[in-house]
Design a protein around this ligand. Sequence first.
Ligand code: NAG
Ligand code: NAG
Ligand code: NAG
Ligand code: NAG
Ligand code: NAG
Ligand code: NAG
Ligand code: NAG
Ligand code: NAG
Length: 728
Amino acid sequence: MSSLIFLFRVLVVLVVATLSIHCGATTETDTAKDIYIVYMGSLPEGEYSPSSHHFSILQEVLGESAASNSIVRSYTRSFNGFAARLSDEEQQIIASKKEVLSVFPSKKLKLQTTRSWDFMGLTETAKRNPTVESNVIVGAIDSGIWPESESFSDEGYGPPPKKWKGTCAGGTNFTCNNKLIGARSYKLGSESSPARDEMGHGTHTASTAAGNKVPDASFYGMAKGKAHGGVPSARIAAYKVCDEEDCLDLYILAAFDDAIADGVDLITISVGGDYASPFEEDAIAVGSFHAMEKGILTLQSAGNSGPTPSTVSSVAPWLFSIAASSIDRKFISKVTLANGQTLIGNAVNPFTLNGTNFPLVYGKNLTTTCPEDVTRLCADTCLDSKLVEGKIVVCDQASGRKEAFRAGAIGAITTNDGRDDIASVVPFPTSALTDTDHDIVKSFINSTKNPQGSILKSEVIEHTTAPIAASFSSRGPNPIAVDILKPDITAPGIDIIAAFSPHASPSGAPGDKRSLKYSILSGTSMSCPHVTGAAAYLKTFHPDWSPSAIKSALMTTAWPMNATKQVDDVYGEGEFAFGAGHINPVKAIDPGLVYEALKEDYIKMLCSIQISYFGTCPKGVKGSPKDLNYPSMQALVESDKSFTVNFPRIVTNVGSSNSTYMVKVTTDSHINVSVKPSSLSFKSLGEKQSFVVTVSGKGLPAKARVSASIVWSDDTHNVTSPIVVYTK
Ligand SMILES: *[C@@H]1O[C@H](CO)[C@@H](O)[C@H](O)[C@H]1NC(C)=O
Ligand SMILES: *[C@@H]1O[C@H](CO)[C@@H](O)[C@H](O)[C@H]1NC(C)=O
Ligand SMILES: *[C@@H]1O[C@H](CO)[C@@H](O)[C@H](O)[C@H]1NC(C)=O
Ligand SMILES: *[C@@H]1O[C@H](CO)[C@@H](O)[C@H](O)[C@H]1NC(C)=O
Ligand SMILES: *[C@@H]1O[C@H](CO)[C@@H](O)[C@H](O)[C@H]1NC(C)=O
Ligand SMILES: *[C@@H]1O[C@H](CO)[C@@H](O)[C@H](O)[C@H]1NC(C)=O
Ligand SMILES: *[C@@H]1O[C@H](CO)[C@@H](O)[C@H](O)[C@H]1NC(C)=O
Ligand SMILES: *[C@@H]1O[C@H](CO)[C@@H](O)[C@H](O)[C@H]1NC(C)=O
């Protein structure tokens, strides 16, 4: 399967967005101080006090008393650096010091909002190793956690593994146990339990990765089943860096600093920016680099800015960047019109209206204050309660349901804002229709004397075309490292049910007072912990594997996704949407061969693009990011020219000691792919063999993407790598 696809949107949008941030920082007046991260790399060996070093750097620039007011946080446990309030001039002086690798503003990031495990083949009966599993600690950097959730009950768990050095610092009204073994908060929540999750997001993601088995979890009886995480016996440590407002770089780095030193095995972080930052200004890339150095794999959500190309915001090669796709279940909510027509919309709508015919009114008529073109959207505060009472309101945007709910309508019919692949939890009877169906409702209202209709309770139907890349899932190509394919892989992220915070509004609408233990969310935030669970599962079989080996095993055994089976052309971006494909955790236990990369390999790759922030570059370093021993292969080439690109790779045998692998290439007429040698023989486990993939072609048009793949096969393993060649 290979294809040539032309991208419709242009990368320029993104470049402009990135620049505007840089400009934002320099337009501040000289006296204004912002919080900057001063990054100083790994901690030196031997006697060294990082805190006093940080203080003396500040003191030199600011003077003694100003220095102590300026420092916000020191990172002292797992890497070296600090956060401080600095003027633009001060940060420039500090950046010029030789011990300082990079200085960047502390950005505001955001959260990227049980049947899913069965869907990907990790069923309850899958082979497991519960004793080893209970030694795995998943560190979750998110919005905190709800400690009393049944998903985190510790019945049947022994004490935490010996390697655990963390603590339960969740406050006086926050108790850890042998399942939830640690909690820290950098964001202040309630004084008595600052690590408590008031949003539901952190509870949802942690329980998806490693929650307990809880029978009969459901959303008002819908999508009923046993809820469980990927590794139900594993332990969880929660690090709270987000609240309703934001997630600050400053806190994210503090959480990495602690989680690494506390002894977690994996880090899951469903947090990111709207666009990618250069590695040395990306707190998650910096923190995860030091995690990788200590053998800890970090998994990050790819972002929710799709389907626009080049929106992926998780881009560093040592990160595992996770896209989102559908599962075989879909929530629909029907709209009936008095003329007998039925329209099928999307919503997680557990409400039953008492009766079949309610007056239908178009939002734009229902105001005394706002202009019609705003009110038709049911914009905040525009609807007049007296005009909506007892009526179903028709709104021209999905979020109009919140305003209709606030104003006291009995229901809302909205558009789906072009996203017909997700169903939102709604605060009252609502259905979100496609534009075509929404127009049918509007013309019915316009052409009928007493227009009436109803909204039916949601039904859960089978979604036979799954998995399909989610419309919202951020897309490649990678805007920072153009020759590294991102996202890496995809997993379920649409309408996922998992544990929730009883304090949070399930629909996000103010005034939705329902208090739920389990709720439904969509996002790459939800797909990321699925892969974290799968990676933790793999770690129970191969506790000594490096982060890159675990990532390679999941990528090379992924289910192939059908690039042409996407929603439409705009979403049909193949590997830019889903990377190597859909995770297949059970298959990944025995991948046959793995592509490994260690700290030195990443440093060499960074040096090849003149980045020396993560380690000293040897003199005269050559090469290209295409040389990094990555499980996928990507190259940006010039349009209308001939090209030849080499990908040198090394595979390590983790299958059978005596084995011979033959290569199979899949490509189309746009490129030629050759592999030398075309067979690899191994005599022992752990043996490494190298080969080179050469890709050539000519005359690709602008904005083109060509996909191909290579598969190394012996009798029992298929080791698949996608190849992507594209033009600007
Ligand atoms: C502890 O927190 C829970 C959840 O916010 C609350 O319901 C309970 O009243 C708190 N208990 C105390 C003693 O503060
Ligand atoms: C329908 O009636 C039942 C029973 O009277 C009530 O509990 C429910 O809230 C009503 N539904 C709506 C949407 O008003
Ligand atoms: C709503 O507005 C349309 C046109 O803007 C008008 O024709 C219609 O009569 C209005 N309906 C009501 C109930 O005011
Ligand atoms: C309602 O019908 C009139 C006349 O048929 C048309 O001009 C108008 O655009 C329609 N309005 C809507 C909202 O469909
Ligand atoms: C991919 O999807 C297209 C369109 O639905 C279909 O024609 C094709 O057979 C599919 N290919 C595979 C390999 O499933
Ligand atoms: C591997 O093959 C060699 C030679 O073919 C043989 O001597 C050796 O016993 C084999 N090892 C295993 C584990 O099968
Ligand atoms: C692939 O190789 C063949 C044989 O050398 C050549 O004829 C063909 O033009 C090549 N195709 C491309 C796209 O370069
Ligand atoms: C490897 O792939 C080939 C071709 O798709 C397939 O026939 C074979 O069953 C696969 N082998 C394994 C062990 O999955």
